[in-house]
Write a protein that binds this ligand. Structure first.
Ligand SMILES: CCCCCCCCCCCCCC(=O)SCCNC(=O)CCNC(=O)[C@H](O)C(C)(C)COP(=O)(O)OP(=O)(O)OC[C@H]1O[C@@H](n2cnc3c(N)ncnc32)[C@H](O)[C@@H]1OP(=O)(O)O
Length: 219
């Protein structure tokens, strides 16, 4: 029970769907997301001629028309069922339906949160390296997730301080985030991003449990 209403922008959709049906739906959509992500990478690296580009565009437009015959409006938001499951598949860092999201894979660990990913051509900033904005997103998301798990509620980034230590080469990378200290509604979270070159970026963030999600006695 929270002590304030969720804000108007917090889109929440309740669905009558079982866990099994949700898993089936996830299995339907995730391959599409992966294919769209691959398409982006292939488009960047492709060197085909103008006829092939024109043909590819026809197919992409056809796919868009098919998917567009039934669409929600605005954003995906947070979907929930009455068994307590929640899924935000539009999320820009990890959304199952979001091909813009990097291919982050969460790996269970005892101490905090670990994400692994293989960053390809679509994430390039400095030639051959991961863009600093993507680095910020990964550190932010991994840290937010660590705070979310510990606080059992939606935590927002208050302050995120990043130190870029060396270029992060495209390819495999690992993010590790852990809560260093916690007071009632505030978490100080540290995170590192590493590649085969070692730690390439590190952050310290202050994450705050949303006011509307706090229990009355915590305020
Ligand atoms: C399927 C479901 C899965 C879900 C998965 C989820 C994983 C998601 C992972 C997502 C990850 C991605 C995440 C994103 O992308 S979050 C998106 C980016 N962030 C925002 O948009 C946040 C915007 N700001 C706010 O909403 C509020 O200002 C916040 C929530 C930050 C504070 O709110 P409020 O104003 O109500 O707080 P309070 O007055 O009760 O203060 C409480 C304590 O906090 C301290 N403080 C306050 N502000 C700041 C600040 N800026 N820096 C440092 N500290 C700050 C304050 O001094 C006090 O400390 P103390 O006096 O107690 O010591």
């Amino acid at each position: 029970m929270s002590n304030e209403q969720r804000p108007v922008w917090h889109k929440r959709v309740t669905e009558a769907i079982s866990a099994d049906e949700l898993a089936e739906r996830e299995a339907l959509w995730v391959p599409l997301t992966e294919e769209v992500r691959e398409l982006v990478s292939t488009a960047i690296l492709s060197e085909v001629d103008e006829h092939a580009v024109a043909l590819a565009r026809q197919h992409i437009r056809a796919a868009q028309e098919i998917l567009g015959t039934k669409v929600d409006t605005g954003s995906f938001g947070m979907h929930v069922n009455d068994e307590g499951l929640a899924w935000n598949w539009g999320n820009a860092a990890t959304g199952q339906k979001n091909a813009v999201a990097p291919p982050l894979c969460q790996v269970p660990i005892a101490d905090g949160v670990r994400y692994e990913a293989d960053f390809g051509a679509g994430y390039e900033g400095p030639p051959g390296c991961l863009h600093g904005g993507w680095i910020a997103l990964i550190l932010d998301h991994a840290s937010g997730r660590a705070a979310h798990l510990e606080g059992n509620g939606p935590t927002f980034t208050g302050t995120l301080t990043i130190r870029y230590l060396q270029p992060t080469r495209l390819g495999p990378a690992v993010a590790h985030a852990w809560v260093e200290t916690r007071t009632a509604n505030k978490f100080v979270v540290r995170c590192t991003l590493s590649t085969e070159d070692g730690v390439t970026a590190e952050s310290e963030g202050v994450f705050v449990l949303a006011r509307w999600a706090r229990k009355p006695q915590e305020d």
